[in-house]
Design a protein around this ligand. Structure first.
Ligand SMILES: [Zn+2]
Length: 346
């Protein structure tokens, strides 16, 4: 989270991802679109794909005339949050600047430099705290979706450490905030086996019905669609099984309709897809009263997401058995119901 990114400018985050993979001996590669695929393949099992994105809404430098620059915002933030004078950080130099007046309609603004603009500067982010942990919460510019990225790496590191027999592919994608560009390219590229079970990982605006600190959220759907019911049932069974082993593990189940996630892309491109998320405060840095502020999530929820995914990877060989538990239960109930209904029918 100390490595700022914007759509199409994820290079510093990606460097950190690849450094962590090297440090932990995880096999990874970049596809030709610049997405990172990490693989842990220690058993012949149906592949489990975990997907998260490396970018976050930010400004692209679009015009440069001497010292004068214009920036265009890329990502979902309402008009009322862009107040002139807000502090910005130019990247990669780190030079300070401020948001100038708006020019045109497509969220393009004059940039007011406070320090010399470097010729290598290509994008800008809100100037604020990169990362901190206080009172059980992670605060920072880009919980969305670096918490998802970190959860995938933590899951793979944990599975590797335990020498688990699994088949997991982590997909760390680019440019999600402006229409899932990286995920679309991966889904269409043939890089993922068609038989994969895909799980999209996100942070998601807190909505009524879910609560921060109450556990990872099994995401029934997003703004665009509902995910695969059988895949969702698998995750529910995994979560219930985990809860039987560890009473402190908590989870919630909800339709998180505040935004569309990469799960929609994978499902529409023919992959069986489920999704999980953790509740997010100050979604896209939008705090109450039109303030720009750090996002935040619960450490406990984020760790719960990792526990769930580690267990899901290990349960993949039991996918069919676990997802047929409910129909088997209904069959048994039916036998009983018929007997009782028939004897009391007249
Ligand atoms: Zn987002």
């Amino acid at each position: 989270m100390r490595r700022p990114a914007a759509p199409f400018h994820e290079h510093a985050v990606r460097e950190e991802v690849e450094r962590l993979c090297r440090e932990h001996g995880l096999a990874f590669r970049r596809d030709r679109f610049g997405n990172v695929l990490v693989r842990l393949h220690t058993a012949r099992v149906r592949p489990l794909v975990l997907a998260a994105h490396m970018d976050h809404p930010g400004f692209e430098i679009v015009r440069r005339r001497g010292a004068a620059c214009r920036v265009r915002f890329q990502g979902g933030v309402g008009d009322s949050w862009f107040r002139p004078g807000l502090p910005l950080r130019l990247m990669p130099s780190g030079a300070r600047a401020a948001l100038g007046p708006r020019v045109g309609k497509d969220k393009t603004f004059e940039l007011i430099p406070r320090q010399p603009v470097d010729s290598a500067d290509a994008f800008a982010v809100w100037e604020m705290e990169d990362f901190s942990v206080r009172n059980g919460r992670i605060h920072g510019r880009a919980c969305d979706d670096l918490i998802g990225v970190a959860a995938i790496l933590a899951t793979l590191i944990e599975l590797k450490r335990k020498r688990a027999r699994v088949n997991v592919i982590g997909v760390l994608s680019r440019a999600e905030e402006i229409g899932f560009r990286g995920a679309l390219a991966v889904a269409d590229s043939g890089a993922l086996p068609r038989t994969s079970l895909v799980i999209s990982l996100e942070t998601s605006r807190e909505l009524p019905g879910v609560r921060m600190d109450s556990g990872v959220i099994l995401r029934v759907g997003d703004r665009a669609l509902v995910f695969d019911p059988k895949a969702g049932r698998f995750l529910s069974e995994v979560a219930l099984d985990l809860q039987r082993r560890n009473r402190s593990f908590q989870f919630q189940r909800a339709l998180m309709s505040g935004g569309t996630c990469e799960g929609t892309v994978y499902q529409e491109f023919g992959f069986q897809t489920a999704a999980v998320c953790v509740a997010l405060g100050n979604y896209h840095n939008c705090a109450p009263r039109n303030r720009i502020a750090p996002e935040f999530v619960s450490v406990k929820d984020a760790c719960g997401m990792v526990d769930l995914l580690v267990h899901a990877a290990r349960c993949m060989p039991k996918y069919e058995r676990m997802t047929s538990a409910l129909p088997a239960r209904l069959r048994r109930l039916l036998r009983n119901a018929r007997r009782r209904l028939l004897t009391s029918a007249t």
